[in-house]
Design a protein around this ligand. Structure first.
Ligand code: MG
Ligand code: MG
Length: 275
């Protein structure tokens, strides 16, 4: 069954979603070459708990951490580990927070240092496909209109691989609710959207093939050709006219830009002046 949330419920989901935004903003400022992905997870878990939230993913069907941290060819569900982040990596960070009986779910792919232009383009296009999908999350559209928006822009216009094995979903009292929201499909297909439905829309887009494999740990999903993959996600409410993201990329982007500037080796040193 697909829930229609009241105004008050939507505001509670917004609080959880914005707590994820705040967490990903902390992550944006924290990420740099030379640190482990486990240290990022530890920082984020402390931040979430200090702010009165509970990490939604920790122990979810046995998931061992608070964040999914998926590096380069890892699509989703990467375990934080002793992997040391390198210049040129892309790091997808997916985070859920449970507060006031509701979950928020939100993801962002970060570029570390000098990332190849073709990979930066993948990030840009994936993020833009999410914005296009949210535009379609409007009353009387159907789930397929969201799916089509992602697939058409990423696969048809840019020839990227759209992951099919994993999909977006309803989000609310449970982390994963109905309906499923695939990133591929046809306009006008699927369940009709009603104002107040809350959906986690989350394109997972590969630079190469759309085929993926799950590693022996039973969780980590990687691209079959080991080329990079990007993942952006917003908790989104269906509205009349167009969908509304309850989570927010703006503070994350600002922190990422500031961090990139701080860590840039091309940063000019202040000139010394002779007295
Ligand atoms: Mg997520
Ligand atoms: Mg999700």
């Amino acid at each position: 069954m697909i829930h229609i949330r009241t105004k008050d419920e939507i505001e509670l989901i917004r609080k959880s979603a914005l707590m994820v935004t705040a967490t990903l903003t902390e992550v944006a400022a924290f990420l740099k070459p030379g640190i482990t992905t486990a240290s990022v997870d530890k920082m984020a878990e402390t931040f979430i708990r200090d702010n009165g939230g509970v990490p939604s993913f920790k122990n979810y069907h046995g998931f061992p951490a608070s964040l999914c941290i998926s590096v380069n060819e890892t699509v989703v569900h990467g375990f934080p580990s002793d992997y040391i982040i390198k210049d040129g990596d892309i790091i997808s960070v997916d985070c859920g927070v449970f507060m006031n009986e509701y979950h928020g779910d939100h993801a962002y792919t970060f570029a570390i240092g000098d990332v190849k232009p073709e990979v930066l383009k993948l990030l840009q296009v994936t993020k833009e496909s999410l914005h296009r999908a949210i535009f379609q999350a409007r009353e009387n559209n159907r789930v397929g209109d969201i799916s089509f928006a992602v697939e058409n822009y990423t696969a048809k216009e840019h020839s990227y691989g759209v992951v099919r094995e994993l999909v977006g979903h309803g989000v609310g009292r449970k982390l994963h609710e109905d309906p499923q929201v695939p990133n591929y499909g046809r306009r006008g297909d699927g369940k009709r959207l009603k104002e107040g439905m809350v959906l986690a829309i989350e394109p997972m887009i590969n630079l190469g093939t759309r085929e993926v494999q799950t590693l022996e740990d039973g969780w980590t999903v990687v691209t079959a050709d080991r080329k990079p993959s990007a993942h952006f996600e917003h908790t989104t409410v269906v509205r009349k006219g167009r969908g509304e993201a309850l989570s927010n990329f703006a503070p994350i982007e600002a922190a990422e830009a500031k961090n990139t500037e701080l860590n840039s080796s091309h940063n000019p040193q202040p000139e010394k002046t002779a007295e």
